[in-house]
Design a protein. Sequence first.
Lengths: 457, 83
Amino acid sequence: MEDPASFRDPSGVVFRRDGVVYRQINRSFESEWALFGTSGLRDELTRAGLLVPHERVDDVEPLDDRAALVIRPLQLDFVSYPYEWSFSQLKDAALTTLEIQERALRSGMSLKDASAYNIQFVDGRPTLIDSLSFEASAPGVPWVAYRQFCQHFLAPLAVMAYRDVRLGRLQREFADGIPLDLAAALLPGRTRLRPGLGAHLHLHARAQRRPGHEPSTRASSARVSDTGRMALLDSLRRTVEGLSWEPDGTAWSSYTALTSYSAAAAESKTRIVGEMLARVQGARVWDIGANTGAYTTIAVAGGHRVVALDADAGAVEQLYRKVRAGEIRDVQPLVVDIGNPSPAGGWALRERRSLTERGPAPVVMALALIHHLAIAANVPLASVSAFLAGIGSDLVIEFVPKEDPQTQTLLEARRDIFPDYTLEGFKAAFAARFNLLEEAAVADSARTIFRMRRRDA
Amino acid sequence: MIPVSPELVGPAVYAFVGHVQSGGSVAPGYIDPGTGSMLIQAALAAALTLPFVLRNKARAIVNRIPRRRTQPLGLGEGKPALR
């Protein structure tokens, strides 16, 4: 079956067969593919961990008669999208793209696109997954992906750094990156005076607005020397490196430090979660509401690979920094608000898959989450149960009762319209879809943690 | 069409021939690079070239200056033996 996201580039097509992802390389791209190999670039990028490894397979039937050959890339557990990345994830992906382009130019090739969707995090590192993104570098021709790089990376990073990190979500709205005129309008006026942003965003946006006369002729007159190409890349790199954001002020990034748990409660919860995770079925865990990853760490220690989701960009940023520093492995931190998870998008709503379409988990961990969904977001318990049953078969979930200080805070300024939000109501709602296998009270608190398995699993 | 391959003529010639064969069009590839983007890129690249070259030369000169070796002043490993 052809991957619905793989249709724009005529060089090849991604397809799935028996659950395995393959990439067909079309005859029209065969000579470029050969050059990619003979130039040494393919091996160089793979060895450096910048390109996802792949192998040629001759025993797999191609998708159609356009095929020259078929390759099998490294199979990924989970595909994430740029609008789900924290600031540093997007920044590292940008720098990786620039490094790949620099190495490509030195090998006589060039990236023919610079889409952030071509980057995935493999073992915590940004890695190019599109092996077909390279073409021979035509002398004097400007980088065709310059605009795309600015829209997919520079514009979102700049508005996140200078305005608000939550503006990263704009990437969800625009399929080909944030339009430069919009980014320029959002940025503070002083950024016009910063050499990199002034040139690559503000001037660039103005250049796009100018009415073109005989566009193809004028554009074809643009020439760039080999040194000029490197100078442009160097400038882009320094501009990206100069953008920074610190997560100090966000709501949940300091949650772990400010939590109302006593030491005894924290220790008890840690032990219970560890014991329950040891008895779940499946190696992959979605930790929903992971915060800075305190319990993600427990899952990883138990041998699980974790997709850690949290709505707070600061918390996810902190967790990603731990991953990048090698303090924790097998974790994919992502900025996702489970109250409004990533929808499907792109052409025909099939180019980008929704969060749930990228499941099943198969193990879901939902600690200190239920009161935010049921009380802060007014989601009925039965609906939470149905949603979680749709993404995982095994569930480790914490019930936070009304008398808990955190729930009290949520109810402080509003009327309590949640008569069913009780331990009994919680059990009834979840028992409709899950078998309740274990139940353990967290010491020195009113909370309870459950291990459940979906009824049909 | 001229029958060439990258192995036969090398990457640069191969790319040049491909560029000519495509009618010297704006650029190869499949995405729209944008007319304004191509023009501003060419202008920026030209403007950035000299500072880039000078910075690289300055860096090369700095790297050629031998660094003064410092010896630890305190006791412990690395202190030159007293003669």
